[in-house]
Design a binder for this molecule. Structure first.
Ligand code: NAG
Ligand code: NAG
Ligand code: NAG
Ligand code: NAG
Length: 303
């Protein structure tokens, strides 16, 4: 219902066309154990025969080496399938893309829940929450499971589809209300998913991108001032991107890059919008107000 409505009323403004009918489908981002080999009857027989032939024909030491190395292609195969099952993202879903991620994975942050060490040269000097003397509630329950690097996706605790649509509408309405300040489009970081951009950013991030929402798992990525990131991480609303180390890795994502978990209900969406406001503050340098709205603004109805 929701989906049909938003397609008819916002066709002129929705820049990101995504298959809306897939929305109600429950999320099928599954990850299997990397070290898991299932042998069906025929392959079990084949394996036993090859071991016997190996022992007869080859040297025992060579046979042992072959047996020891045999699981490696399987492990790579499982790991590659896990990469593919995360769906589309910033890296092409090919074996070459997989190899690149496998290389980058060696440098991933070991603890994505701890904030980055503060650096002295930072502008704005304090975060959005300290300035506004505001706070965030603690997120209920355990953190969801997060997998992958690029794409990085949420595996369980799937967000609410209705809240996902409400969030998209709220971002689109913000851009319609203040067309001189904001715009929506396809994410610059991921080349997929709806993103909110500032037209006049003080911190250019990626073409002024404030945040983007993932269509598959309904989680988000954004950049936060280190002070605000610390609060968001402590209250359990998200975690740092594994490549957000700074240094040479800035070529991939900024040091402030953070994943925010998919909102599960209206009250969580309210909190998520306050986190996006803080992301807006980092990019724009001033207060951004996001209204949680289900109904799309009509064109020309700005202000
Ligand atoms: C923008 O971000 C960088 C780090 O990515 C930070 O050092 C800088 O202080 C921020 N602010 C401005 C105005 O560039
Ligand atoms: C929203 O969802 C969370 C997690 O499931 C739950 O703890 C919280 O009570 C819910 N809030 C409302 C208002 O339903
Ligand atoms: C999601 O996965 C995490 C980590 O495996 C686990 O601790 C948590 O209980 C799971 N949550 C749900 C709702 O299944
Ligand atoms: C829009 O931009 C103008 C000029 O930079 C600024 O004065 C105004 O406060 C901004 N409005 C919002 C809602 O951010």
């Amino acid at each position: 219902m929701e989906a049909a409505q938003s397609t008819t009323t916002t066709t002129t403004h929705v820049v990101v066309q995504e298959p809306e009918q897939k929305l109600d489908r429950s999320i099928s981002l599954t990850q299997q154990q990397v070290i898991q080999i299932t042998l069906t009857g025929p392959s079990l027989v084949l394996t036993i025969i090859s071991i016997i032939i190996g022992i007869q024909i080859l040297q025992p030491s060579l046979t042992c080496t072959l047996i020891a190395l045999a699981p490696i292609p399987w492990i790579i195969h499982n790991d590659y399938l896990n990469f593919l099952s995360l769906g589309p993202g910033g890296t092409p879903p090919t074996f070459l893309g997989y190899l690149k991620i496998t290389y980058l994975r060696m440098f991933a942050l070991s603890d994505p829940y701890s904030p980055a060490k503060p650096t002295d040269k930072i502008y704005p000097a304090t975060g959005c929450y300290q300035r506004a003397h505001s706070w965030l509630p603690k997120r209920n329950g355990p953190r969801p499971k997060i997998a992958g690097i690029a794409p990085q996706r949420q595996i369980n605790q799937s967000g609410c589809p209705e809240m996902y649509l409400t969030l998209r509408t709220s971002l689109e309405n913000l851009a319609k209300r203040y067309p001189d300040n904001f715009t929506v489009g396809t994410s610059c970081f991921e080349k997929k998913g709806l993103a909110l951009f500032a037209k006049d950013p003080i911190n250019s991030t990626c073409r002024g991108e404030i945040c983007h929402v993932h269509h598959s798992d309904r989680s988000m990525h954004m950049n936060l001032h280190p002070d605000d990131a610390k609060i968001v991480l402590e209250k359990g609303w998200g975690e740092r991107h594994p490549l957000a180390r700074g240094g040479w890795m800035k070529a991939y994502v900024p040091r402030e890059f953070i994943m925010i978990y998919a909102p599960r209900n209206r009250s969580e969406l309210e909190v998520v919008c306050r986190i996006i406001e803080a992301a807006g503050f980092w990019v724009v340098g001033e207060r951004v107000d996001i209204k949680v709205e289900r109904e799309p603004l009509l064109d020309g109805a700005a202000i």
